[in-house]
Ligand binder design. Structure first.
Ligand code: PMT
Length: 396
């Protein structure tokens, strides 16, 4: 029997005000299936108590290099040996300087030097401290040494100034942690994804659109990024925050989506067409708001281009994955769509449960037949779909 994979993270907390967010970070990491063990510097304990982190992580919290609770008195070795990642969040300018120079005068800095697993640091400091040439030199040296540096972000700072140096938010750190543990089944491949609805203007304030929220397409973009792909996400209008993929192009109409896809498709190895593209657009949209009167209003609609069909018909197309949203006869309609659009893979879902929801139940159709994915969150479904794509793509 294969045991489920456990992502074990050693979370190192250093002394910056952003340390107050590490309780939420710990909670989110555990919610996504990680085991978290916390090590704090003396300064970190000025900002947040070990008891808080012990309660949230469900494990003892460490800070003393000489802690007798570790059998052989070698906490700096033992604590990192069963971990897949050492994550320092927040990482102060001082701690980054120590890491860059290999200093080890406390438990956290010593275990960073003694570790075998990857190390990621999430800087958090005042903007002047971040911009200082000494910090920039130290960060460059860490990157040279193979350390991952996540962020910082720009924005308002606790000191009242505004600029670069904010720690990434817990959710952004948690998604990078998920990526660092994910199998890199699409490493180096360029994946182009469409997501969300399109928006076909009627007049200055009205449009034809649909109920796609973008959740499925954004989840696939995130799963492809986790799998090591260089991802371009072409998105219709949504309220979602995009995952940290290489490129995000926001578009509105089907015509704009087609033009943007055409610009990126020559560089794509894989194209996943998740967008719910409107089948028609209004022939003569009005620039002004159409006035209401007592008469019937007739709109002339013309068919939109089929973006997926035009990509799969290219002389040298990328590996094309289509979607089908059906309200009945799922298998029959989906397989028919796959054949007509000449797709190696198509993911079908029911309109009634797929649009706007957090969960989905995809059925995949390929040359080998039909594969039903278990009902799960759209992110879990996306990860399973990406694994399926990787298996079909790699024999090529
Ligand atoms: O965004 P969510 O709320 O998370 O919902 C997800 C979803 C239901 C939108 C998604 O899972 C989905 O099923 N997307 C495809 C919806 C759709 O438009 O299906 P279709 O059967 O009409 O189109 C078939 C395929 O052709 C799709 O890959 C579509 O992207 C593509 N197409 C369709 C029309 C068109 N003019 N151009 C296209 O590229």
């Amino acid at each position: 029997m294969t045991l489920p994979r456990v992502d074990r993270v050693l979370l190192g907390i250093t002394g910056g005000i952003a340390a107050y967010k590490t309780g939420e970070l710990t909670r989110q990491l555990i919610a996504q299936g990680c085991e978290v063990e916390v090590v704090m510097t003396a300064a970190a304990r000025e900002f947040i108590t070990p008891v808080t982190l012990q309660s949230l992580s469900g494990r003892p919290v460490w800070h003393d290099l000489w802690d007798p609770r570790v059998d052989n008195n070698m906490a700096h070795i033992e604590l990192s040996r069963d971990k897949g990642l050492v994550l320092i969040a927040p990482a102060t300018a001082d701690f980054i300087a120590k890491l860059a120079h290999g200093l080890c005068d406390d438990l956290l800095s010593t275990l960073c030097l003694a570790r075998e697993c990857p190390l990621a640091v999430v800087p958090a400091m005042n903007r002047q401290m971040w911009d200082h040439p000494a910090t920039q030199r130290n960060v460059a040296r860490l990157i040279d040494d193979g350390v991952e540096v996540w962020g910082p972000a720009a924005g308002d700072q606790a000191c009242g100034e505004t600029g670069m140096g904010r720690m990434l938010e817990p959710a952004q750190i948690a998604e990078r942690v998920a990526r660092s543990f994910a199998p890199k089944s699409l490493n180096g491949l360029r994946v182009l994804i469409t997501a969300g609805p399109t928006f076909e203007r009627i007049d200055a304030v009205r449009a034809i659109t649909n109920l796609s929220s973008g959740k499925m397409g954004y989840a696939i973009a995130r799963a492809a990024w986790e799998a090591g792909a260089d991802v371009t996400l072409v998105s219709g209008p949504t309220t979602l925050t995009p995952p940290p993929v290489a490129r995000v192009a926001q578009v509105s109409s089907a015509q704009e989506m087609l033009a943007t896809v055409n610009a990126f498709v020559p560089d794509a190895d894989i194209f996943v067409s998740v967008a719910a593209v409107a089948d028609y657009h209004v022939l003569n949209p009005s620039d002004q708001k159409i006035k209401k009167d007592a008469h019937i209003l007739t709109l002339e609609l013309a068919p939109n281009p089929d973006i997926l069909a035009s990509v799969s018909a290219l002389a040298d197309p990328p590996f094309c994955v289509g979607f089908a949203a059906e309200s009945e006869n799922l298998d029959e309609f989906a397989e028919d769509k796959r054949r007509r659009k000449q797709l190696p893979l198509l993911a079908a879902n029911l309109v009634q449960t797929a649009f706007g929801s957090d969960d989905n139940e995809l059925v995949l159709f390929d040359d080998a037949g039909r594969h039903r994915l278990p009902r799960a969150s759209k992110l879990v479904q996306a990860r399973l779909l990406i694994e399926h794509i990787a298996k079909l793509y790699h024999p090529r």
